[in-house]
Unconditional design. Sequence first.
Length: 238
Amino acid sequence: MKRKNPVRQKRPDFLLEKQGQLRYNNVKITFMKSFRNGLATGLILQLAVGPVFFFIINLVLQRSFFDGVAGVMAVTLVDYFYITLSIVGIGKLLENKRIKKVFGIISSIVLAVFGVILIRGVIGNGVSASSVITSTNILSSFVSVFLLTISSPMTIIFFTSLFTAKAVEYNYTKRDLLIFGLGTGFATFLFMGTSVVLFSLIKGSIPVLLIHTLNLIVGCLLVVYGAVRLIKTLRNKP
């Protein structure tokens, strides 16, 4: 006699829906957890403000709120660009000493040049208490911050080290690292954007002379920072 094949019973629709919902919830929880960790890490890193932060604040005080926003969009775009390159492994290329030295020299010179331009602007207009630049040039502000930020490709190495450490600590997959990087980059937008809003609100109460002085300080900071980096880079033998 032929044995009858057992009839496979279909799972009830409500069980399939429940399983689908559970999978969706698990993905959602994983996404939010990775994004939250990236955001928290990014905000902590943002507390170590550098030349780009002061440059953007200077744009808000010297020009307008929208120039500051353009700067925030530029630095966020570059950060996401470097984060993406770090995740796909480009950072390993920059660990080559010769390549690292070339980029170090270029980035140092760019920083110093931006500083000289700021200082010349202050000296050319005169440090007075009666004049301040009020014109808006959003494209110029975006390009300036973009070039200033992207001139430091060594950031890729930093992000590569950070993501490697997090991948080991949290056992992240490539997808988890992408979500973590999304949160880290968003921290730049959140921190810088909030700073731009705050400084634009108090801009009217800041003396013009103080704004010019800040402009001069930022210029000097960029020149000194670029010079120190250039000296350190040249001293390091490839």
